[in-house]
Design a protein around this ligand. Structure first.
Ligand code: ZN
Length: 152
């Protein structure tokens, strides 16, 4: 199996069996993002615990869309879960840089783990929207009033 096939396999696997899909009990924030050109919609839910390091204790997503949007959301939740808020924000920043041809070090790429496979979509502008959808929703949470605030 070459590297391309392996990447396809990871994306297919996550789209068929998304991780952390569903409600997030005790969530502290959520955000919704849509990609009308493909019909994808994703809501990201996070639970951030109010410890000094503000850990993302739980992260889930709901919604529907193409395989790529679902796989990307699934990969994102596995990557973000358990991280401190600053670590999680840095991960989102690295991911966006990877998808938009920005500066990313080898070490930062390694830190993305399996989510690196999504870079293959960077050459297709329409697919970039699918891939970055969930990450934009998470970004909204982080850049909003703070993930630790209640959603009301
Ligand atoms: Zn899509």
């Amino acid at each position: 199996m070459d590297i391309r096939e392996l990447y396809q396999e990871i994306i297919l696997e996550h789209s068929k069996r998304p991780r952390n899909h569903g409600p997030c009990p005790g969530e502290t924030a959520h955000a919704h993002a849509e990609n009308p050109s493909c019909g994808d919609e994703v809501s990201v839910h996070v639970k951030v615990v109010l410890t000094p390091d503000e850990k993302v204790e739980a992260i889930t997503f709901t919604g529907q869309g193409c395989a790529l949007s679902q796989a990307s959301a699934s990969l994102m939740t596995t990557k973000i879960k358990g991280k401190s808020l600053p670590e999680a924000m840095a991960t989102v920043k690295t991911f966006h840089a990877m998808m938009t041809g920005g500066q990313v070090t080898e070490e930062q790429l390694d830190g993305l783990g399996d989510a690196q496979v999504l870079q293959g979509a960077a050459q297709f502008p329409q697919r970039v929207k699918c891939v970055t959808l969930a990450w934009h929703a998470l970004d909204q949470i982080f850049s909003g009033d703070g993930a630790a605030k209640p959603t009301g």
